[in-house]
Design a protein around this ligand. Structure first.
Ligand code: ADP
Ligand code: MG
Length: 418
């Protein structure tokens, strides 16, 4: 019983870095911070497993080689060096005997690591698991063999063969499960990112026709004025006026293109204070082309004079609002009005998007945000899921009021920043 308790505790300790894997994944682009966090998590796991060894029928052992192996394989050479150093240092502070002998015994496993590490990240899942199990086993086997043969106690390694083999199998099994879980989490997060990215590109694609259409208007105007310029009897004032109109039209075309392109830009993923008024103006501009194309009016209502902010990733926030606004426009097949409203209280900021389109029944509202739910011929059914995910990550709340045939209102409530 005692053995089982210790074993479960150790499994829990070793798997604990996985609970924080999401946060580690988020910072993977910042190499230094990523490695540092991996080091901290796995070194804590090493220290804790060393502090709570397991007693299996008189054979005392611990699982230090699992966090050491996995941290090294996923973190790389620097992390590995620090993990080895931490292990040795902690062993020294535990007052274990023969410090230098232990250092010499464990070092060959580091050489093995250098060989294994090079191609580790490009291996298939099965190979990754196999390599981790082999490396884990080698750390323990090599260290013990060298250490015990020098101290003349090599028979300790074989005097309880059944129990010894059991520890190796258990260790391999736990290491394999750990690698499997890390890889699965990694794939899951990567897939989520991919969905967000592909939904973004879908919006960009859907809006391309309306942007092209919207740009044709200023071009036609400019073409007309250029023809006018050609006529000789144009006085200077008229010439200046026409020139001004031409420039204004060009600016308009330029800003339509700029807004459209910024929708497709890769997201820098920074959390910052977002000026809500500014974003509503952006949203109205971006949706305007799509709305015009579909014969729909947009009205922005921001009563508050003072600027106010919410916390989040600006580009993701845009993506969320554009998704919801685009759905509203698509729900108004025969024209209508899309209202964009903001409100504030002491602690909260509201963003409200309402349309007078087809509306939804309560069953349809319940299915909003679930993957692949779409009533459109070419819909993906991922737009609201992505939007809701982004809003929830910003600690926002979503309520949807809708009536079939009358229209829909999306209420988004965010905590106000500062
Ligand atoms: P898609 O737009 O690709 O269909 P979404 O996840 O964006 O996928 O939307 C899912 C479904 O929710 C839509 O197909 C539509 O039936 C419904 N929906 C979303 N917003 C509205 C709205 N404002 N009015 C009516 N129906 C809506
Ligand atoms: Mg949609």
């Amino acid at each position: 019983m005692e053995y089982l308790k210790d074993l479960l505790l150790n499994i829990f300790i070793i798997c604990s870095p996985l609970a924080l894997y999401y946060y580690i994944y988020k910072i993977k682009n910042n190499k230094l911070l990523y490695r540092f966090c991996l080091y901290v998590l796995f070194s804590l796991a090493i220290i804790t497993t060393m502090s709570f060894p397991i007693n299996l029928n008189g054979l005392i052992y611990d699982f230090r080689s699992i966090p050491l192996a996995i941290g090294s394989l996923f973190g790389g050479v620097q992390v590995s060096i620090f993990l080895y150093a931490t292990l040795l240092l902690y062993r020294y502070f535990q007052d274990s005997p023969n410090d230098w002998l232990y250092v010499l015994s464990i070092l060959p496993s580091f050489v093995v690591f250098i060989f294994l590490y090079k191609s580790y990240s490009s291996l298939s899942l099965i190979r990754k698991i196999t390599v981790a199990i082999i490396y884990c086993t080698l750390i323990k086997l090599m260290t013990f063999s060298i250490y015990l043969s020098v101290t003349g106690l090599l028979d300790l390694l074989v005097n309880k063969p059944g129990v010894t083999v059991q520890t190796y199998i258990l260790q391999g099994f736990i290491a394999g499960i750990c690698v499997y879980l890390i890889e699965m989490l990694h794939r899951f997060f990567m897939m989520q990112e991919e969905i967000v990215r592909s939904e973004k590109m879908k919006i960009v694609g859907d809006m391309a026709a309306s942007v092209a259409h919207e740009i044709r208007n200023p071009l036609t105007t400019i073409k007309g004025f250029i023809q006018l310029f050609a006529s000789a009897d144009l006085d200077k004032d008229k010439r200046l006026l026409y020139q001004k109109i031409c420039f204004e039209e060009l600016d308009r075309a330029e800003s339509i293109i700029a807004d459209y392109l910024s929708l497709a830009k890769p997201d820098p993923e920074v959390v910052e204070a977002i000026d809500v008024h500014q974003e509503m103006r952006y949203l109205a501009n971006v949706l305007m082309t799509y709305a015009n194309y579909n014969n729909i009016q947009i009205q922005v209502m921001t009563e508050e004079e003072q600027a106010f902010h919410i916390q989040g990733d600006r580009y993701k926030f845009r993506q969320a609002l554009v998704n919801i606004g685009k759905n509203a426009i698509e729900a108004m097949q025969s024209g209508g009005l899309l209202e964009l409203k903001t409100m504030i209280s002491d602690q909260h900021a509201w963003v409200i998007l309402s349309d007078n389109g087809s509306g939804m029944s309560s069953d349809q509202i319940k299915r909003l945000g679930t993957p692949y739910y779409s009533t459109k011929e070419k819909g993906t059914g991922l737009g609201t899921m992505v939007s809701f995910g982004i809003i929830k990550k910003m600690n926002g709340k979503i309520t949807v009021k809708s009536e079939p045939g009358a229209g829909t209102e999306f209420n988004l409530i965010f905590p106000k920043a500062n």
